[in-house]
Design a protein. Sequence first.
Length: 116
Amino acid sequence: MFDWNEYLKAAKELEKDSSECSKRIAISRAYYAAFNITKRKRIYADPDDFNGAGSHNKMWSMAFPDDSERRIRDDALTLKDWRVEADYQNNIYNVDRQAKLAIILAEKIINYVSSN
């Protein structure tokens, strides 16, 4: 079984590179590390339920349904938005900072689901 923490390790290495491409890939890999680790630890549904439009928002809502977890859910949705920007937008304001913060948010989410 694949260890999605490898994506987070890759993100950290890519973030160190000075190219915008590497920063964008770091954001995307950090997001997918958090997404897939959360899905594995918190969702007991068919993984195919999370394909298509709105599926990622659905997964995050299912993973963190309680209001006490609202901050984690909001962080996850912010990370998702940054991933979409990194994958599809021509311009990202301060991609260096966003890559660093994406890794921090991904680690926060992964640590939370690993301990709760």
